[in-house]
Design a binder for this molecule. Sequence first.
Ligand code: GRF
Length: 220
Amino acid sequence: MGGIPTVTVLISGRGSNLINLFNRADGYQIGAVISNSRDAAGITWAREHSIPVTIIERAKFPSLGTFKDALREAVCATTPDFVALAGFMVVLPPSFIEAFPDRLINIHPSLLPKFPGLDTHARAITAGETKHGCTVHCVDSEVDTGAIIARATLELSPGETPASLAERTLKLEHELYPWVVRHLARGKISIRGARIHYSSEVHQEAGERGFQLPADNECV
Ligand code: GRF
C-alpha cells in the first residue's frame, strides 16, 4: 500500500453506510463506488461528492456469470486497498472473492452467526431475542458466513418494532463500520485467511466503545 489506503464501496440502494464511511474517513479514503443499480440513491450522493461511480447492471449482460465477471473487473479497475460492501445485494462468486484476498468486507444488520440474509430485525423480534446489533465480517462465497471481524450490540426495548430496531441498528452500523475500516487501513486489524488479528490498541478501543471482537482471535 502506498499513500492513504483507498476503499471501493459497493452499494445497491440508499447508501447511508457509504455516506457515513465517507464522512468519517480517517486514515483511508473512498476511492470509488460501484453499484448494480442505476436507481441507487447513494449514486447521486457519490456523484455530488466527486467520487467515481461505475454502474454494472445485470440486465446489460447475457448471463449471471458475465455480469459477475464484469463486476469483478470494474472493482479491480479501481485498484482498491479494501473493498467494502454496504447494502450490496449481489452474492459474489469465488472468482470475485479470490480477486481481493483478505480485503473484502461486509456489514450485516444482525449479530452473526444469527440471522444471516434478509429481514433480520423482524426475525430477531419474532425469535424473542433480547439482543440484536450488527456485524462486520469478511466475505466468502456463502451469504453472511465469512469470518467475523467485530460486532456491536444493543438491547431490544419494550414494544420494539422491526422499523425501530432497524433505525437503532443502523446507528450502530454507522459507529462500527468506519471504526473497523480505519483500523484495517492502519494495519491494526489484519485479515489473514479465516483468522483476524488485532493490535492491543484495537482490543482496548473495542472495549471502550462497547464493540465485541471474536474471542478466539489473536492479539498481535
Ligand atoms: C444496512 O443495514 C447494511 O447492514 C445491510 O444493508 C443495509 C444498507 O443500508 N447490508 P445503506 O444502503 O447503507 O443505508
